[in-house]
Design a protein. Structure first.
Length: 80
């Protein structure tokens, strides 16, 4: 954030409570928290379908594998 003046950085810090350099960390944290909550919801819903015999073992397993792959790929892309 070298293009911000010291007054702008001070104003941002005073209003947000953190430095502009930490904004990326906040956004990544919100993204990964949302991704984990979505994954828990997807796997819980798939489990409910599997336990009521609306999904096969293979379909339930594929939901878990898809979520795991999405999480690994997003982690690799965003944190590398």
């Amino acid at each position: 954030m070298s293009d911000l003046s010291s007054d702008q950085v001070a104003a941002f810090n005073a209003n947000s409570g953190f430095m502009p350099e930490n904004l990326g960390t906040l956004i990544l944290g919100i993204f990964f928290a949302t991704l984990i909550v979505w994954g828990v919801w997807a796997i819980k819903t798939a489990y409910a379908g599997w336990s009521s015999q609306q999904l096969t073992h293979k379909e339930f397993f594929m939901v878990v594998v898809r979520y795991t792959v999405i999480y690994i790929v997003m982690t690799f892309i965003l944190l590398s």
